[in-house]
Design a protein around this ligand. Sequence first.
Ligand SMILES: [Zn+2]
Length: 367
Amino acid sequence: MYDPDKDHKICHSCQSEIPIQDNRCPYCNQPQLSSFEVKFARLVKGILPFKTPATRILLVTIIAYFFLISIEIISHPQFGIREALLNPPVEIIYRRGAHVRGNLVWWRLITANFVHFGIIHILFNAWALKTVTPYIERIYGAALTIAAFVLLGTGSMLFSNILGGQGIVAGASGALMGFIGMAAVAAHRENTVISLQIRNSMIKWAAFVVVFGLVVSYTGSMGVDNFAHISGAILGAILGFVLPKQSTTGFTKRWMIRGSRLLCMLMVGLCAVAFGMMGLSNVSEKYQNECINSIKIQSFEKAEQACSMAYNTDKSRMISYHNYILIKIIKGDSKEAGRLCKEGRERFSNQKEPISFDEMCKSVGVY
Ligand SMILES: [Zn+2]
């Protein structure tokens, strides 16, 4: 049976209704998306029937994650609602993905954007996100908005890690300052009377956040990540120039539609991997504690199992090698201890920190 919705698509270039299987538009001759891509996009739109889906997704994600962390804090025997809302304990914030400056862990640069320090922090960022993101989404489309959030958040976290002093860092504000910088540039590129007003208000907003941040940091009343804010705004301005703008009907070139969707999927995939790494690291942490406690009470069978699990789930930490080599020596398996020594030495050879298991390795004849 003939179904106009199922059998037709709208040409992204000239907006004519054309058969869904056409590779080129018979009216404007532009190459078309495949019928699979059209159907997939319709499916996504059916699941997310919003005017600004990217804004919704980002907002729901950061708020939902805040609730999950709050529940974890409240269910902890030592903490309650007060801690969850006003002063979340560092150990839980760290376990859930915050990053510590000076200790660069790549996946934390991504997960940290979704973690917030209490109700004031999340409300402030949620309000900023709700205010600036719809404009970004109208100019660059939903897919690029989500991709840009991840790129800007990760980039600003990286600069904060390299340039900032000691401290634990989390929050979406680096990405959001990126959006403000991006919106200013987008509005400048639009070059209409209204858009130039938007540009000016974005510049004022960014300037206010930076000046406010510098003042409160120097008076010492609040911890504000100025490095993430400033680098976020600069990165956002650059991205605002580099990324293609869409028209009122969306992108008019096939490569832009495909490129923005691909970048979005890549960035969402990267987030999934980052949170997966976080889960694995927490598993490793749990086994590491079990390994250390079992060695202390001389329960060596249990220790060997736990140390092995800690090592297998996180080989990036020196302590994983240290404890696993220790238990292998205790159990008299110097062959395996030696193998781990060689592997560990190689892994940490470029590191400034002295290798903690060096002496143990010498005792089993590995120099
Ligand atoms: Zn056409």
